[in-house]
Design a protein around this ligand. Structure first.
Ligand SMILES: CC(C)(COP(=O)(O)OP(=O)(O)OC[C@H]1O[C@@H](n2cnc3c(N)ncnc32)[C@H](O)[C@@H]1OP(=O)(O)O)[C@@H](O)C(=O)NCCC(=O)NCCS
Length: 173
């Protein structure tokens, strides 16, 4: 495992996209392309993305995630942490950033889909107050796996402590 030294949290920039795509390919069987991330940044007013990086490593991006804000619902699109840096609460830091950003922008609910077999991610989401509320059968086309649909109420019962943000530099979102 590589230790994160000096974390920062900020909005995704176009120049981060090659690093994001590298992590995306490690993390997902059906990865988004650089073009899809570029289009999210340029053409999708509903889309909001954040990255976590390490200042000590020349602004290296170690994790990213995003959501689409539709009325008062924030739909998580993707979240991933570079393999060598997992297990250091980076995803918690990122999810807290996304939840705070979505709340500031008016979201009251947050939702996402996750593979039934992805117990690591399910555990992360449950920790943040997400509850499984439905299933999309055969949602993932690579192996026909079902998606669990999870929801969190950001207004009541939110479990965002902010404790993971203490060690991190964050720009005003
Ligand atoms: C899921 C993922 C984002 C977690 O990132 P991470 O930075 O390693 O996770 P964290 O260190 O922040 O851990 C947060 C919580 O996730 C869960 N978790 C993390 N690693 C775990 C593991 N190996 N086994 C079980 N639960 C685990 C735990 O609940 C953990 O909280 P805890 O440390 O208090 O027990 C990362 O594994 C990843 O990028 N996976 C591939 C992409 C992916 O599956 N994304 C989600 C798509 S829906």
């Amino acid at each position: 495992m590589q230790k994160i030294a000096q974390p920062f949290l900020r909005k995704l920039r176009e120049e981060d996209i090659p690093q994001v795509v590298r992590i995306e390919k490690q993390a997902f069987a059906l990865p988004w392309t650089a073009e899809s991330f570029r289009s999210e940044l340029k053409n999708n007013d509903f889309a909001h993305y954040l990255v976590v990086g390490d200042k000590r490593e020349e602004e290296k991006v170690l994790a990213y995630g995003g959501f689409w804000l539709i009325l008062d619902e924030a739909h998580i699109t993707n979240i991933a942490v570079e393999e060598a840096y997992r297990g250091q609460k980076i995803s918690l830091l990122l999810m807290e950033g996304l939840i705070n950003d979505a709340t500031l922008k008016g979201a009251r609910l947050m939702t996402l889909e996750v593979r039934r077999s992805n117990l690591t991610a399910i555990s992360l989401y449950e920790k943040l107050g997400f509850i499984p509320e439905g299933v999309r059968k055969y949602y993932y086309t690579d192996n026909n796996e079902d998606a669990l649909i999870m929801w969190a109420n950001l207004v009541q019962g939110g479990k965002v402590s902010g404790e993971n943000s203490d060690f991190c530099d964050r720009e005003q979102l």
